[in-house]
Design a protein around this ligand. Structure first.
Ligand code: ZN
Length: 306
């Protein structure tokens, strides 16, 4: 879908609202309290979004309630456009670029961007990597060369990528491996308990792990009942073995360096969330934008209204 087609599809608030309604209740309205399916639409004064009132029990529901769209003062059409721009731009969109393109104050687009990133991060947390997984750690950031900025300390991250292969003999067919899904997690340090917590959250048990043999992966692989294949970083084969995870790291670095200039692990993790979300759905083309709306609809309410 092109930008023009997207704008035609979501040309006004009613079209956007109907889309959210259809995603929220794909089988039609169902009352959360009594399961009734008949409803009235009630337009309250002073509110832009209507509420849907169950005809049987009077329970009221509004589609964006409890999500990042709740209490928004920004038109849904603008939200949808921001979602499209963020989803389809492979290099990512900064809040500043969004501000220029949407003609909104920077503070507004910063919050929109922040909330959409939060939705991507929440979505990513639903999945664990299984099967053949490359695992490594990497440092992002580092010392700034700019005389205008304070030098920044490099921040540690744990990176994993599930590799899909065409044959059951995983290693033998590595050359034909197809990149699959990845995770990136910003961590305060690379101590064993920290790394193990990440692996617990992000990697399934009983897989096959490819690592450089760092002690933490050796013991974590045992705890995960994973088959562990070690290639030392000094091994001439290392470059080929860690080919895909290295590509993820360098792509993520290019993206982070281009769009993220702040400090702090929480902020960095939101950027990782956005990068990972796009990376793992890169085969969807512009279809990723529809998915991102659904992810936003499934996300939790944010304490700051936009
Ligand atoms: Zn009801």
């Amino acid at each position: 879908m092109t930008l023009l087609q997207w704008q035609d599809k979501f040309s006004d608030e009613e079209a956007c609202r109907q889309y959210l309604f259809d995603q929220y209740w794909p089988e039609g309205f169902v009352c959360l309290k009594c399961q009734g399916t008949k409803y009235w639409t009630v337009q309250r004064s002073g509110r832009t979004a209507p509420v849907y009132e169950c005809a049987a029990c009077g329970h009221q529901a509004s589609v964006p309630a409890g999500t990042i769209f709740e209490r928004t003062k920004v038109a849904l059409r603008v939200w949808f456009l921001a979602i499209f721009l963020i989803a389809v731009d492979k290099g990512g969109k900064s809040a500043l670029a969004l501000s220029r393109e949407l003609g909104l104050p920077y503070v507004t687009t910063w919050l929109l961007h922040h909330k959409i990133q939060q939705a991507t991060a929440e979505r990513n947390r639903r999945y664990k990597l299984g099967g053949l997984v490359e695992l490594d750690d990497a440092y992002f950031g580092g010392v700034s060369q700019s005389p205008w900025h304070r030098p920044r300390m490099a921040q540690a991250s744990v990176v994993g990528e599930r590799i899909k292969t065409r044959s059951s003999s995983a290693l033998a067919s590595r050359a034909k491996a197809i990149r699959s899904m990845c995770f990136l997690e910003a961590v305060p340090d690379l101590k064993d308990p920290t790394v193990k917590k990440v692996l617990e959250r992000r990697v399934e048990t009983n897989g096959v792990w490819l690592t450089d043999g760092a002690p933490v992966y050796v013991s974590a692989a045992q705890e995960h009942q994973a088959e562990h294949k070690v290639t030392l970083s000094t091994d001439p084969q290392a470059e080929a073995v860690f080919h895909w995870v290295n590509i993820v790291i360098s792509n993520a670095k290019a993206y982070i360096d281009g769009t993220f200039h702040g400090r702090g692990r929480a902020r960095r993790q939101l950027y990782f969330g956005e990068f990972t979300y796009r990376f793992n759905r890169r085969y969807l083309g512009t279809g990723i934008a529809d998915r991102l709306i659904v992810a936003c609809l499934a996300s939790k309410r944010h304490p700051y209204a936009t």
